[in-house]
Design a protein around this ligand. Structure first.
Ligand SMILES: CC(C)(COP(=O)(O)OP(=O)(O)OC[C@H]1O[C@@H](n2cnc3c(N)ncnc32)[C@H](O)[C@@H]1OP(=O)(O)O)[C@@H](O)C(=O)NCCC(=O)NCCS
Length: 317
């Protein structure tokens, strides 16, 4: 077995790496959502300013049998790295995962990082290999979230009469950008992260623009925001991604600003986004901490059900 760093300039190698990741992750997780090839291509071929990413592969007889990814944040959280390791079922319990992990650790240490975080998603009934592996490399649990799924259409949620909806696709229109950036930053402060010790991302207009431009290359971005009719103040937003060509949506942030809570705006904004999706999009995935009672209730009222559990772990180095 050889461990190699992926050459991100090689399109054949990129495809083989992504294909192995897909097969390894999907082997025991029917509800898994992985980065699409198109989204991976954007990450691999045009590095962003806020993260340094490296990929490795384990190769046996010319076949990629395991993959690893390391992301080193460059703006916030410069003491940590984020990693993911996946191995094809036929090659598990043979030291492949550990060999990939050792590469990740060496690179993270060389970059001065003191801890590595990761997500392990498991079936509800069978804990799976990920948690055993995480324990073997010294990981401690920091936070967990439910992975939920809803079939479309979802239940209707009327929008409170004091608000109207402002919706856009792709880049946020100029006239709403300042309010949108303020809400995005509030979201990054408010979202529950358990015992995870991470600095919140701070967006400004330029960073938002760069992120929009990169995401739009692989995703249809849809935002619905609630604006109070009486004074035009924004009360919340919901952000949905649909990978190009996919038959599912990926529900990202939903925030209701503190002064606007209690009007079911979160559920209404999600429902607005889902109602506008093309017919081929049949399901939406989302992630919510079980302790986030308001959002969990919002989700179950819409028709979401829990399909997997995602555990965020951290390995001190
Ligand atoms: C987790 C995963 C990467 C492990 O890969 P692997 O090549 O089988 O791992 P290794 O053979 O190097 O195992 C290293 C140690 O992890 C632990 N481990 C691995 N699989 C385990 C399992 N099914 N149950 C309990 N412990 C396990 C063991 O301590 C093992 O050492 P041992 O085989 O000497 O007992 C692989 O099962 C996988 O791809 N799972 C799906 C993706 C995933 O969950 N990734 C982890 C999150 S980033």
């Amino acid at each position: 077995m050889k461990i190699e760093e992926l050459d991100p300039t090689d399109p054949v190698a990129r495809r083989a790496w992504h294909d192995a990741l897909e097969r390894a992750v999907r082997a025991d997780r029917p509800y898994a959502l992985t980065t699409t090839l198109e989204a991976f291509e954007v990450l691999a071929t045009s590095p962003g300013r806020h993260a340094d990413r490296t990929w490795w592969q384990a190769v046996v007889d010319g076949e990629v049998v395991g993959t690893a990814e390391l992301e080193l944040p460059l703006t916030e959280n410069t003491d940590l790295g984020w990693a993911e390791v996946a191995v094809l079922p036929a090659h598990r319990r043979d030291g492949v995962g550990r060999a990939l992990w050792n590469e990740v650790v060496a690179r993270a240490r060389a970059a001065g990082r003191r801890r590595i975080g990761g997500e392990v998603t498991t079936d509800l009934a069978v804990p799976g290999a990920g948690l055993g592996f995480a324990a073997a490399v010294g990981a401690v649990e920091k936070h967990h979230e439910d992975h939920l799924l809803a079939e479309l259409p979802v239940a209707e949620v009327p929008l409170h009469e004091a608000y109207d909806v402002v919706a856009w696709r792709g880049r946020c229109p100029d006239e709403h950008r300042a309010a949108y950036v303020a809400m995005r930053n509030q979201m990054n402060l408010d979202v529950p992260t358990g015992d995870l010790d991470v600095e919140a991302t701070v967006l400004d207009d330029e960073r938002l623009a760069t992120s929009e431009e990169r995401l739009m290359r692989a995703y249809d971005l849809r935002v619905a925001a609630a604006r109070r009719r009486s004074d035009g103040v924004f009360g919340g937003y919901s952000l949905l991604f649909v990978p190009h060509g996919a038959d599912y949506g990926w529900q990202d942030d939903t925030l209701v600003m503190p002064a606007h809570r209690g009007h079911r705006l979160g559920g209404a904004l999600k429902a607005v986004n889902y109602a506008g999706l093309p017919d081929e999009v049949g399901v939406v995935h989302t992630w919510t901490a079980p302790t986030n009672t308001a959002m969990h209730r919002t989700n179950t009222a819409l028709g979401f059900r829990v399909v997997e559990r995602m555990v965020e772990v951290e390995v001190p180095m």
